[in-house]
Design a protein around this ligand. Sequence first.
Ligand code: MG
Length: 477
Amino acid sequence: MDGRWSAGLLLLTALCGLQWGCAWGGEESDQRAAPLPNVVLFFVDDLGFGDVGVHGCRGYATPNIDRLAREGVELTDFYVSQPVCSASRASLLTGCYAVRVGISGALGPHSAVGLDPDETTLAEVFKSRGYATAIFGKWHLGDRPELLPLSQGFDEYYGIPYSNDMWPYHPERPGAWGDLPTLEGDRVVGYNTDQNRFTGDFTARSVDFIERHRGEPFFLYIAHPMPHVPLHASEAYRGTTERGLFGDVVSEIDASVGAVLEALERTGLDERTLLIFTSDNGPWLSYGDHAGSAGPFREGKGTTFEGGVREPFFARFPGHLPAGRRFAAPVMTIDLLPTLAGLIGAPPPERKIDGLDIWPVLERGAPSPHEALFFWYHSGSLEAVRMGDWKLHFPHAYRTMRGRAPGTGGIPGKYAQAKTGLELYDLATDPGESHDLAAEQPEVVARISALAEEMRRRLGDRLTGTKGEEIRSPRRF
Ligand code: MG
């Protein structure tokens, strides 16, 4: 299977490269030549599947995100690789399952590990084609200078190096964290910055970047640190929604999407820019009214049930992607790097990656190029696999708010610990993962188990004590 897909990937890469690349600076270059497309990637934090207007959010509206759905493609079965910040970002930026590149969980301040700069990041893929690159918002792949964005392919960085709750005012652990730095490039420009400014500041930086780079191809990564707690919104948005502060915060993020769309129109780049919007993991349910909603899905952040790993995903590229289409092929953040590399005619990373080119999925709803998607969590436990409409969970512990009182006002409730057995769900008829079919479908269980066994050999599994042959080390200190 590997050979078939890699041949397909090469062909698609070549075709896309022809589409966008040959006319750029080559012999065929002329006035009609298509310039390289810009890419704007919104990767927001802890926004759940149910937290956007087109998925029925309540008490506030997201007209700009809804516009992406109307004017672009929605992928309804889009996943992150892990339901937690750092591991999820590692996959987005490397095209690899996070276990392959040795990143798990959420890295704390002064973390002894981080994303190895020898890995090829999405930003470096764009640099290889001469793009201007920037990240505004949250990094979270290592806070040592040699691991920060400027060492990982980004020309510009303004934001925070890890989560916005890793600061002295944590509601459960006051004083457990030090001061939260704000960075401009590699330089600390402030501590414990007023977080009410965050969404507005990162938006203003993004709009300014678009205007400054209107004459050259650019890759802009907007990683809003919210609606991860602690929730903060600017004065213009506070108290404006029936949903309370969570609704205010998402409204401001939605306005950020609107401001970027407006900037693209103003600069004449609208039809030359692919804009993608998604989130790093599902809602942090213990925060109650300060958490989002996973919509129809079970559980949330910190679990490999659908509520933790299935995200809202929209891609808008006028004239190049269809408008108002919804496609259901199961795909993952790992696929964006090879897809975008193909789009701009960049060579694939030298090191092995897991993602596959999903341009045909975006363009015309082609089937997923993956036979299955794999979900590791808890420092490398292979907890679940999706194959077609089937999702198989291997026995594992997980946290749940079932039967527990949710938090209020920014103070979290307490999770209960639960355990799943070997459980099989048909997501086509049971998206809430409530009716276990493992006993009725032994052949499906056997097929997925065989795929999982092969993956354990390659990338390891803590649940079975398997060491993966292909895993690489993070950068260690
Ligand atoms: Mg997150």
